[in-house]
Design a protein around this ligand. Sequence first.
Ligand SMILES: [Zn+2]
Length: 431
Amino acid sequence: MKILCEVQVVNRITQANRTPRPVKSTLAIGYKQSARDSNGNATNKKELEMVLFTPQVKSGTRYKVRENIHCVHTKFVLDGKVTIGFKQPAENLLIKCDPIQLKGFLQTMKLGMEGKDAINLRLNISAATAIAQKAQPQQRMSINKRSEYPIKGFPRTLKSLSINNIQLMKLSFEICTLRNLTTLDVSGNKLTKIPKELGRLPLTTLRLSGNSLGELNDWCWLRGSKLSKSLCELDLSANGLSHFPKPLVRFERLVTLNLNHNRLQYLPFGIRRLQKLRALHVSSNKLESLPAAIEDLHIDLLDVWGNCFKGFNVEVAQTQVRRPAAPNNAPTPLWLQAARVVANQKLPYTASTLPAILIELISEAPKCHCGKLCFALNSGDVLKRVTQPMFTNIKNLTYSREHQIYLDVIICGADCCVFQQMKLLSNIMFP
Ligand SMILES: [Zn+2]
């Protein structure tokens, strides 16, 4: 009989462990047919032997069993733990195994010690070998040639999958069903669209660099509930993006966002929702300004190298604060007042206590320096673009020194104290 178990060998005299930890082992028991006894006389006596196969001793360590047992501790056999001690050598085997198998093994040992013949003992112990350990389920796969793409499908156990530079046009639905997947890298292909089912996977890392997702600008997959709550790292660099994908501001776990080498002209004010963001790469885009909301984040690395920061552009400015228009001089709508109260008083709220539109407003609408939420430019809010902003929350900033960085600031009204102060400061560029 053979069992697969974990064994630690302890020498009782030296108290030395042959292995510091229990190691995966095979324990075998059976009769050894010895043609001659110790006196050299021919005999049919069967010698009971136990063999311990470990990765260190592949040929096995042999222990005589009959009249050689020092102790057997079975108190924790139901927990799958047993100690068998031998007299020669003075070693204890601390065995951990499936409890049912372990009980079977002890019963077999007992039968053997009584000299009985049992099916479980009909093992040629001299020729016994370790149980072949099951190959580890495949967790990683990397495909760099079209010929490597699996025809019979992907192993369901995959945790990490990369498919790079093979001109892939479409991400197969099957990939979206790999429930164990946490890292997906499909950089350097020809994807124009991601299936919306991908949003159901709890990925932590997603690399889509060097595709053509800006072509269709289809971001349905970013609305998937699981992905938006799990994703920590997203690479959308070199995808020809002309707009920041709007649903991305709800990826509140995002730590690293790479948007290098696109054609972005602005980042949304709602980016302040990404409170876990630590690295934001937007080099080599067409950014004319950054939203002041970037100062509300706790960014360790901001890379804005190679953009075209410049003065005010009213058209772009209007699209940044694109909210339902309110008539001039209209009273502040009740729901905006409600959102402002919740935000100002820092009242706790959840999706079940507050309508989604208010949550969106509180976490994504531009915020005036005075702390008030702004809503629409034509309801009295003022947009200013300032240069040389002081980034107090950004640890490392990479930018082209020939360009000044411009920051768009929204002020809640001409009578706000912030606006009055700004008028006094000389570094403000008025339109
Ligand atoms: Zn204000």
